[in-house]
Design a protein around this ligand. Structure first.
Ligand code: 5CA
Length: 436
């Protein structure tokens, strides 16, 4: 993409309404714009990041055996009356009447809808296990939307729902998501620590929140420092027994404020980390809470009905964009991990209008595109300082700088955004390095 043609409305001034760095940088780098309290437009750069995050989530869900679907955002209130949550959910639920005065709502979560799909379409125990997920918009009329996309009212969530015939199998489904989550967040350059958590309005008694430690996090959290270094599981066989991996992670103390036991934690002494954290994922096992209330059953091997055991598994996809920036930025701007960066390379033409610079940039731009590398090419007629500052703010991982002096010697500059290391290389060497 040529910067001269792109819609990336960056801001020079620090927006005063933004209290935390990720919100400031998302506004300044032109990723998002607020539409109403807690409701955002995602501009081209933000959209690319959101899609990259969603794609990692999708790949890891698929690897763990979950299947993607898309459920409606606007739901019928009738289902929620069946589960008993229509009245319980309270003012966080955006309630809507259609033209026939029927109770509708904008979905804050989808346990009822997925259980309805299940009861209408799954008839036999042979069709289990089943795990269905979607990556879709939710609305929760939060009392205090704040920190930009971190606590929005409309937000993008990955929500998965598992169905199993008995507790042992449901535990396996829970473990599959537990391990998939460790891998998902690690691929985004984040260390998310699973912590014992309250299940809140979703219900159930087995629940973990995945927490990224950050000073600006909304919750106080406590954990054993060993969890900060534990290796992420590789080459996982999701059909095999995952209990040992889960036990390895859960045997060390980790709890959110609600589940914190100060007496137990005190025994950890210097190994205890007390910090603040951002909840990027939350998994729940809640047994037959929804399947029983909504009369979802399948025929068992002997013909008698089985009420399936369920779990639900959420990831805050839009919140992650903010969490990644909280974890990876400096005074100059965002430092995107390669896996989620809106572009991999930022190409800076130091002297737009100079025939040699223009030709070299156009040539490298075309060759990188042909190699499948995404490039943001700053071809504007601007001062070098403006271009450097802008590319640092946007935070793409690699900056290639082409100017008349270097070009005369056959050299261009390659800079790593993270750490700032620079090298002088030939155009071919840069092409080779960035194409692998
Ligand atoms: N049905 C379950 C799991 S599918 C559920 O709704 N879980 S949740 O309430 O914990 O939300 C899942 C994830 O969505 C959270 O871990 C968090 O990362 C994200 N999330 C929740 N509320 C918001 C919000 N207001 N703004 C941005 N992200 C949010």
């Amino acid at each position: 993409m040529r910067l001269s043609r792109s819609f990336i409305p960056t801001l020079k001034e620090t927006p005063t309404e933004a209290q935390i760095v990720s919100h400031r940088l998302m506004l300044r780098a032109g990723l998002i714009r607020q539409h109403a309290a807690g409701i955002y437009n995602w501009l081209p750069l933000g959209t690319r990041v959101l899609q990259n995050i969603a794609q990692i989530v999708r790949e890891e869900q698929n690897a763990a055996g979950a299947q993607e679907i898309i459920m409606p955002t606007v739901q019928s209130g009738e289902l929620w009356k069946e589960s008993g949550r229509y009245d319980d959910y309270g003012p966080e639920m955006l309630r809507i009447k259609d033209r026939h005065e029927r109770d509708m709502l904008y979905g804050p979560t989808h346990e009822e809808v997925v259980t309805d799909i299940f009861r209408n379409n799954v008839k036999s125990y042979r069709d289990l296990p089943l795990n269905l997920y979607q990556i879709h918009w939710k609305f929760r009329d939060e009392v205090r939307p704040r920190f930009g996309v971190m606590r929005g009212r409309e937000f993008l969530m990955k929500d998965a729902y598992s169905f199993d015939t008995d507790f042992a199998r449901a535990k396996h489904a829970y473990n599959q998501m537990f391990v998939a989550y460790l891998r998902t967040f690690a691929r985004m350059g984040l260390r998310a620590i699973p912590m014992r958590a309250d299940s809140g309005p979703i219900g159930g008694d087995m629940s973990h929140e995945f927490i990224v430690l950050a000073e600006t996090g909304e919750s106080a959290v406590f954990c054993h420092k060993g969890l900060l270094e534990k290796p992420i599981p590789q080459g996982v066989n999701y059909e095999g027994d995952l209990q040992a991996i889960v036990d390895d992670w859960t045997s060390l103390y980790a709890a959110t404020e609600e589940k914190h036991d100060a007496a137990v934690a005190a025994k950890l002494g210097a190994d205890l980390v007390s910090a603040r954290g951002i909840e990027v994922g939350h998994i729940f096992h809640f047994g037959t809470k929804y399947s029983a209330a909504m009369k979802a059953t399948v025929a068992g091997p002997d013909g008698t009905n089985i009420t399936p055991m369920m779990g639900s598994y959420g990831i805050g996809v839009s919140r992650l964009a903010g969490a990644i920036i909280e974890a990876s930025h400096d005074d100059a701007g965002i430092i995107w991990p390669e896996s989620v960066a809106p572009y991999r390379v930022g190409l800076i033409n130091l002297k737009t209008g100079d025939a040699a610079c223009d030709a070299a940039c156009a040539d490298l731009y075309a060759k990188l595109a042909a190699a499948g590398v995404s490039v943001l090419y700053d071809d504007r007629d601007e001062r070098p300082g403006v271009k450097f500052a802008n590319m640092d703010l946007i935070g793409v991982p690699w900056h290639v700088v082409i100017g008349p002096k270097g070009l005369a010697k056959g050299q261009i500059e390659l800079k790593r955004r993270a750490g700032g290391a620079r090298e002088e290389l030939s155009i071919d060497a840069v092409l080779q390095k960035l194409s692998t």
